[in-house]
Design a protein around this ligand. Structure first.
Ligand code: NAD
Length: 266
């Protein structure tokens, strides 16, 4: 049930996959959730239904996170609906894969604009709202939380996906530098880097038995992740339970970043 202290959480790319799972998980905690979507209004409404079924409140908001005017409007709609924003989960992301020598500038720019510039634009609007709240005393909890959805490819190189890996590597330093800048104002900025989570973005892999078998070799924990695996971490990072954590990335990857080639099967 929503209480007076319910958090207001804006989740980008919340009409599918990880973003949908995160929005629903915050709904189950009684949060007010701004459900951003790019084009699939029906699935955004589905997310909203699930948020409300879990005890939260919400609105859906169509916006392209790579467009400054869209992002400004989205945060204004959040303020109009709920009066503030406490948590930003910047999650919307895309892949436009290509061999490097054949990669078009359009493929490069599209990925950078959504995955990196979009995170900058959303975080900037969130910080402006956080800045309007009084700065708590050092002993109090944070007045705002930002969570960036990165990827294991912020540290694992990925041939054939140089634009995507570059955008995620950029997020790693975006979040650390921003965390340093805003920590004195009691704003926290953290990242989540998923490994392989079964969603639309990688359906071609987990729906194909051969490709799935190959993927399993990269996951020491021997299962593909689920949006809920990531959502639980997002809930925790947005809660006072993790109050002393900022500038950190949590890898939710079943061990994918542990150099799986060195596993001892013997
Ligand atoms: P997904 O394709 O289901 O979700 C991506 C969402 O972003 C979609 O809802 C899409 O509509 C939205 N989106 C795309 N462009 C947008 C734009 N310009 N403005 C607003 N929204 C836009 O895939 P997902 O797996 O849920 O991906 C979510 C995030 O998790 C992405 O940042 C992705 O890079 C990251 N990630 C996913 C995995 C995985 O295995 N699924 C692994 C590592 C990182």
């Amino acid at each position: 049930m929503a209480t007076q202290t319910a958090q207001t959480v804006l989740v980008t790319g919340a009409s599918s996959g990880i973003g949908q799972g995160i929005a629903v998980a915050f709904g189950q905690q009684g949060a007010n959730v701004i459900i951003n979507y790019h084009s699939d209004e029906e699935e955004a409404r589905n997310t909203l239904q699930q948020v409300e079924a879990g005890g939260g409140k919400g609105i859906i908001c169509k916006a392209d996170v790579g467009k400054e005017e869209d992002v400004r409007r989205m945060f204004q709609e959040a303020l109009d609906a709920f009066g503030t924003v406490d948590v930003l989960v910047s999650n919307a992301g895309i892949q436009k894969d290509s061999a490097f020598s054949e990669m078009t500038l359009e493929q490069w720019n599209k990925v950078m604009t959504t995955n990196l510039t979009g995170y900058f634009l959303c975080a900037r609007e969130a910080i402006k709202i956080f800045d309007q709240k009084p700065t708590p005393s050092p002993e109090d909890k944070a007045k705002g939380n930002i969570i960036f959805m990165s990827s294991v490819h912020d540290i694992i190189p990925w041939a054939g996906h140089v634009n995507y890996a570059s955008s995620k590597g950029g997020i790693l330093m975006l979040l650390k530098s921003l965390a340093l800048e805003v920590a004195p104002k009691k704003i926290r900025v953290n990242g989540i880097s998923p490994g392989a989570i079964a969603t639309d973005i990688n359906a071609d892999v987990w729906q194909d038995e051969e490709k799935k078998k190959e993927l399993m070799k990269l996951i020491p924990y021997k299962r593909i992740g689920r949006p809920e695996d990531v959502a639980k971490v997002a809930n925790w990072l947005a809660s006072p339970e993790s109050d002393y954590i900022t500038g950190t990335t949590i890898y939710v990857d079943g061990g994918m970043t542990l150099y799986p080639g060195f596993v001892d099967n013997g």
